[in-house]
Design a protein around this ligand. Structure first.
Ligand code: MCN
Length: 775
């Protein structure tokens, strides 16, 4: 409908204030009387704490308090809990040790919080933190995923470092398919460890109100209500109404600002003990040691094919690094929930996957944009390219032969998922045309003439999005007819205010300028699961649609009375209630005003107009798309340049093509960053973090990217009234294999068979030298 409805490229309403510096980010919040917290973190990957001397720090200027793990334990603060019924290989229960907030006796990764120093000013807290003396006895450590099993135990209670195993698919049928398969291609793929690198590092500001016996946490979290539940049920063991969580503007979340971090309980608990607000703001240089990391796994992938290149089976064994602590199910998400897309968009008769989660002396891993789907797509799409090269088949043709046809929808995969809709062959054909794949040989020649190696990749991506968890929306009319919308999802930069105002405009015809948008406050919004898994548009949007339906239903009753018509004769459209076949009509605003005047209401209709909607989808949506990437490699320096990138996506109904493009750009950027340069690296042996700041952790910049050409092949889903599928992670899911496959393709003529991410110039140069030497 109109210029603000679904499908319109509306520029973001929130940008007006955000671009003018009028946002309210985490660090913008200050409260009278607040003290500042600095956390002293372990400098060792693994060590006993033999002694902890806090006395000098306590006497330093401005210091209000110094707290240790023993203080937390004395107050009996709880921990997060796991609900997954996972087991270890021997059938014993999974080993998942939660973080306790501050380490006691032993530290298990570089960055493990040990003490918190609280002072009048941040500078005083920092100075005093330097005076904390910790007597460490270093212990052997392991940070490498591949070497975790059998290395020095991270926990004495778990000598083999295996936390749990997850399997999916039919093992015996898959093994049988491999036994008789004419061709089998086997490869090992390593997916590096990365950090989300938000624009604003994390923060937490805690307040305790003794009069109300109530805690308020200001924190840049993605699921305020679930953080409240965790703090209430698990940590402080108080009723939920005794905790309020407020998230203002979030300067990027990307999954790893999802849930409960130790600092949240520390500032709240300290605020109660000290009787004043306590603020912690993560320094940029503290972020990599302090935050959850992501990805980090090693997979052995096997693809069975017949003589014509048809896929007969897929077998994948993955070692996934979950770090030193496993505090919640969320820390395992990438190791189970999203491995189901390992079979991609292809017709596999059988598949089997086994993921072994290993403990190491590293930060916990958590969902990060894609959360297991980029990893899964990486394995299948690299295997297909490698198989094509090994069998001398065209890579696009090999994919085409095995794509699930649109007519086969709904399609149940051998890993037990049902893709409800999608047209994968059309998306791949459209993408090949959009990217001019046919013209690639000529472009490769042109590059060669300039001494450059050019590579191409065509990859298909699919992800599980908007899973079956409920979400909430409320539409509140004021007696003047203006509107407030309250959403249970939390915007972290996706443009939710715009998206939801568009959905509201489409359904109710309300001008966005008349709508106030609210999210991220557990006292104001009744319920919410929050933002993750590309779920907000689909589930939050449908909850809003449902609430809007209720507004229409009630409004129709009121309008019928005011228009002196029978209710069934009143129709709603374009923001107006009209008596069918006449020009007698009332706007929604007029009806909303009348709703607050009892005399105007029909018998039995309650005054007021405020409706809620809660939507719980029956199953996930399956956004998908095809990415085509071209790179140029400088054979003398190993430098990789991204030169062409095209995507055809299917996110079902597109709510806003402009914000969707932004999501694709950002998603691809995070995939490209990981593929080409980003990496959290540890020193083998010492377990020291080598990439704790931007001096060592390379981030992509504007000149890393080429123009991205993006088109849509929307196949609306019937799983929700909007027809929408999730979109927020799609770019990242396709980008990892797209970039690395293109790099390997560029180097293949030299005999290079593999490049591990990140494809830094050094790595690429070494691979070229090794291939030349081998020749
Ligand atoms: N959209 C659309 N049509 C659709 C689906 C989405 O136009 N069919 C657009 C809408 O503008 C919507 C946006 O895409 O606001 C994202 O929608 P959705 O796929 O529902 O994803 P969520 O809003 O639930 O966001 C979560 C997703 C995830 S899981 C990560 S991680 C991520 C991401 O979004 N983190 C982000 N994108 C991010 N973008 C920013 N700027 N910052 C983050 O932290």
């Amino acid at each position: 409908m109109g210029q603000f409805g679904i499908g319109q490229p509306v520029t973001r309403f929130e940008d007006r204030r955000l671009l003018r510096g009028q946002g309210r980010y985490q660090s913008d919040v200050d409260l009278p009387g607040q003290a500042h917290a600095v956390i002293v973190r372990s400098v060792h990957a693994h060590a006993h704490i033999r002694g902890l001397d806090t006395e000098t720090a306590r006497r330093a200027p401005g210091v209000v308090a110094v707290f240790t793990g023993a203080d937390l334990a004395a107050d009996k603060l709880g921990t997060m809990t796991m609900t997954l019924p996972r087991k270890r290989p021997d059938g014993s229960p999974m080993f998942a040790p939660p973080h306790r907030g501050l380490a006691v006796d032993r530290v298990r990764y570089v960055g493990d919080p040990v003490t918190v120093v609280i002072a009048e000013t941040l500078a005083q807290a920092e100075d005093a933190a330097d005076l904390i003396r910790i007597d460490y006895e270093p212990l052997p450590s392991v940070t490498s995923t591949a070497e975790a099993i059998g290395a020095a135990p991270v926990w004495d209670e778990c000598p083999d470092n295996v936390s749990n195993v997850f399997t999916a698919g039919d093992k015996s049928a898959t093994d049988a398919a491999f036994t008789s398969a004419p061709r089998i291609v086997r490869r090992r793929y390593v997916i590096s460890r990365v950090h989300a690198q938000y624009m604003e590092p994390r923060g937490a500001l805690g307040v305790y109100d003794p009069g109300e016996d109530r805690y308020t946490l200001y924190a840049d979290v993605q699921y305020p209500h679930r953080v409240r539940t965790a703090l209430a049920n698990n940590i402080f063991k108080v009723p939920e109404h005794q905790i309020r969580v407020i998230a203002g503007d979030v300067g990027g979340g990307f999954g790893t600002k999802g849930w409960q971090y130790p600092e949240h309980r520390l500032v709240l608990w300290a605020a109660r003990k000290l009787g004043r607000p306590v603020k912690w703001a993560c320094e940029r240089r503290e972020a990599i040691p302090a935050d959850e990391h992501a990805r980090d796994n090693v997979s052995e992938g096997e693809l069975a094919l017949d003589a014509d290149g048809r896929f007969l089976g897929l077998r994948v064994r993955t070692l996934a690094n979950v770090g030193a602590y496993v505090s919640s199910d969320r820390n395992l998400l990438a190791t189970f929930s999203n491995v189901f897309t390992l079979v991609g968009v292809y017709t596999f008769p059988v598949a089997h996957v086994e993921v072994t989660s290993v403990l190491t002396n590293t930060n916990s891993t958590a969902p990060y944009r894609g959360a297991g789907r980029p990893e899964a797509t990486y394995v299948i799409e690299r295997l297909i390219d490698d198989a094509a090269r090994e069998l001398s088949l065209d890579r696009v043709e090999l994919r085409r032969r095995n794509l699930i046809p649109a007519a086969a929808m709904p399609y149940r995969t051998p890993l037990g998922m049902t893709y409800d809709c999608g047209d994968f062959p059309k998306s791949m054909a459209d993408a090949a045309a959009l990217a001019d794949v046919a013209g690639f040989p000529a472009r490769r020649e042109a590059s060669r003439a300039q001494g450059k190696l050019r590579g191409l990749a065509v990859v298909n991506a699919i992800e599980r999005a908007a899973g079956a968890q409920p979400e909430f929306a409320e539409i509140r009319f004021a007696s003047s007819g203006s509107v407030t919308v309250l959403m249970g999802t939390k915007n972290q930069g996706q443009g939710h205010e715009t998206t939801f105002k568009q959905i509201l405009n489409e359904r109710l015809g309300i001008d966005p300028s008349e709508v106030r948008y609210i999210d991220g406050d557990t006292d104001r919004v009744a319920f919410g699961m929050g933002t993750m898994g590309s779920r907000s548009t689909v589930i939050g949007g449908t909850a809003l649609w449902t609430a809007a339906d209720k507004v229409i239903a009630k409004g129709r009753k009121i309008a019928a009375k005011l228009l002196e018509a029978a209710e069934p004769d009143v129709v709603f459209g374009d923001g107006r209630f009209t008596v069918a076949g006449t020009d007698r009509a009332l706007t929604l605003k007029q009806v909303a005003r009348a709703a607050f005047q009892p005399a105007q209401l029909p018998a039995g209709v309650e005054p007021g107009l405020y409706e809620t909607g809660t939507f719980a989808p029956k199953q996930d949506t399956w956004p998908n798309g095809c990415h085509v990437c071209e790179v140029e490699v400088d054979a003398d320096t190993g430098d990789v340049a991204l030169v062409r990138y095209a995507i055809v996506d299917d996110v079902g109904t597109v709510i806003n093509p402009l914000t969707l493009k932004g999501q694709m750009h950002g998603g691809v950027a995070q995939g490209v960053g990981q593929a080409l340069m980003e990496q959290v690296a540890y020193e083998p042996g010492s377990g020291q973090l080598l990439t704790a700041s931007f001096m060592d952790y390379a981030m992509p910049r504007a000149d890393t990217f080429c123009d991205m050409v993006i088109a849509s092949n929307p196949v609306p889903t019937k799983l929700n009234p909007l027809g929408a599928k999730g979109a927020g992670e799609a770019g990242t899911v396709g980008a990892l294999p797209a970039v690395i496959n293109a790099v390997v393709d560029a180097l293949a003529p030299l005999g290079v068979r593999d490049i591990e991410m990140p494809a830094t110039s050094e790595r690429v140069w070494r691979a070229i030298q090794a291939a030349r030497a081998a020749r």
